[in-house]
Structures are given as structure tokens and as C-alpha cells.
Design a protein around this ligand. Sequence first.
Ligand SMILES: Nc1ncnc2c1ncn2[C@@H]1O[C@H](COP(=O)(O)OP(=O)(O)O)[C@@H](O)[C@H]1O
Ligand SMILES: Cc1ncc(COP(=O)(O)O)c(N)n1
Length: 273
Amino acid sequence: MISVTMTIAGSDSGGGAGIQADLKTFQELKTFGTSSITALTAQNTLGVQDVFPVEASFIVKQINAILEDFDVKAIKTGMLFSSTIIREVSNRLKDTKIPLIIDPVMIAKGGATLLQSDAIDAMIQDLFPIATIITPNIPEAEAISGIAIKSEDDLQLAAQKLLSFGPQVVILKGGHLSDESEAIDRVYFQDGTTLNFTAKRLPTKDTHGTGCTFSAAITAFIARGFSIEDAISEAKKYIHAAISHGLNLGHGHGPTNHFAYNDHVNKEMVSNG
Ligand SMILES: Nc1ncnc2c1ncn2[C@@H]1O[C@H](COP(=O)(O)OP(=O)(O)O)[C@@H](O)[C@H]1O
Ligand SMILES: Cc1ncc(COP(=O)(O)O)c(N)n1
């Protein structure tokens, strides 16, 4: 039977990031995607024009509607916008035991605020302790850990600080500190294991929605029963293919190509899950 996935995130009217990126990824990775929308954004590849948050109680109603009806196998969160929303969502999810992937979305590529600054504490206190995986990029890791990341040592320190907030796994995305030609994602487990997932850094401005897509792909593979390591490895292939076969849409930071993984990478292995 097909696995059910859920995203709790904001809507991107331009279709490149947020809920829209998540559902496209869930679909391409052969899962049944469901959603609870936390905020509407008026957005395109050039930036975010406005944000209209949804009432926290209505976000929980959407989650309830899904969880009361479906056997959800993995959940991801994206834009959560406020401390009130974070508290209500964490409270609803804390006893579910469903794997939870947190993309701590803070600022859109164009600079718009997608998380109010006073909401970082709520994320640390309420959401990270119940997380399976958190997927900050370097600026997000710096804001959450309070550590400026300028060297490999700083990366280690920040990762340890993030692990101390309780998630089972921390993925520090990107982090092109030592070699600009590579996109390295560093993975840290609570038992001290670390892994690096490395790919060629692709020279493109079309990276709108890459963080959303990467975390949604991890969520889909976990829902299908992949191990955490295999889910990250395969999600890295999904996002790499999506960036390298860009669609050249819009006039700003264009979206990625969700068809690319099945067209160019996945030939037979997806049936493993
Ligand atoms: N130019 C690029 N070339 C190759 N991989 C990239 C590129 N930009 C981002 N990625 C990869 O896309 C994924 C999402 O990372 P990132 O873009 O840092 O997230 P965010 O959107 O949260 O900033 C990571 O696996 C990262 O390594
Ligand atoms: C609704 C919404 N959610 C998330 C992002 C972040 O996008 P990115 O993955 O490019 O950092 C966004 N721009 N809009």
C-alpha cells in the first residue's frame, strides 16, 4: 500500500517552495502527500510580497483531520512563522511517535522573514526535542546555536549544540566553507557518528525551494521505510537532479525540476522502499 506523508508548512503561490514543493516531491517519490497550511504567502521567483498566517487552532484542525483518517508514516515541517504556531503544532505532534523532519525555515532567499525572531526559542524548547531530523542551513544553524560558523571546528561546535536540543539527527546543509566547488551536507547522530554527503556545487541561481524539496524527499523515503542514512543519500540525489535540470522559469531565483529524479536518476531502486 502507498505510504502517506504530511507536510506542515506555508504556501508559496509561485509553486517553487513551501507546501507546493513538498507535495510535488511526495508525489514524485510515490507517496500520498497531505498538508496542513500554516500561512499563505504572495510569492514568486523574485521574492515574497506578503504573508498571511493561518490561526494556530485551524492549523491543528487540519492536522487532526489528517491524523484521524490516515496512517501517516512521516511528517515534515517547513515555515511555521510564530511561536504560537510552533507551540500548538508541537503539542499536537508530541505523542504521535511518527518520524518528524524539521526544516527550520527562517528567511526566504529574497530576504523576507518566514519565522518571527522570538519564535526561535519555541523551536528549541518544543519542537527539537521531538524531532527525528532537523535540517538547518548554515545561517539557520548560526541563528539557532548562537555560534558564528567560520571553520570546521565551528561546524562541530554548532552541531553539538543543536544535538543538545534533542533531535536524533542534525543535518547541516551546504556549508561551503572549505571548497566552493562542492555542496557538502554534514550529518551528525546522537551516538557521535558523523557522515558527509557531497555533490558537485552546481553554478545556478535557480535554487528556490531547494531546502523544502530536500527535507520533503527525506520525509518521503523515511515514510517508505528507508533507513535515515539511505533516505538522506537518496534525497541528496533527488535535489541534485532537480537543481541540475532547472526549468528556467520566472525572472528571479527559479524553481527546481521535480521530474528530474525519475527521468534521470531513478531507474529501478525506488521499488526498494
Ligand atoms: N548550487 C547547488 N549545487 C548543488 N547542490 C546544492 C546547491 N544549492 C543547494 N544545494 C543542495 O540542496 C540542498 C538544500 O540546501 P540549501 O539550499 O542550503 O537549503 P536552504 O534552501 O534551506 O538554504 C542541500 O542538499 C544542498 O547541498
Ligand atoms: C512558503 C515558503 N516556505 C519556505 C520557503 C523557503 O524556501 P527555500 O527552500 O528556497 O529556502 C519559502 N520561500 N516559502
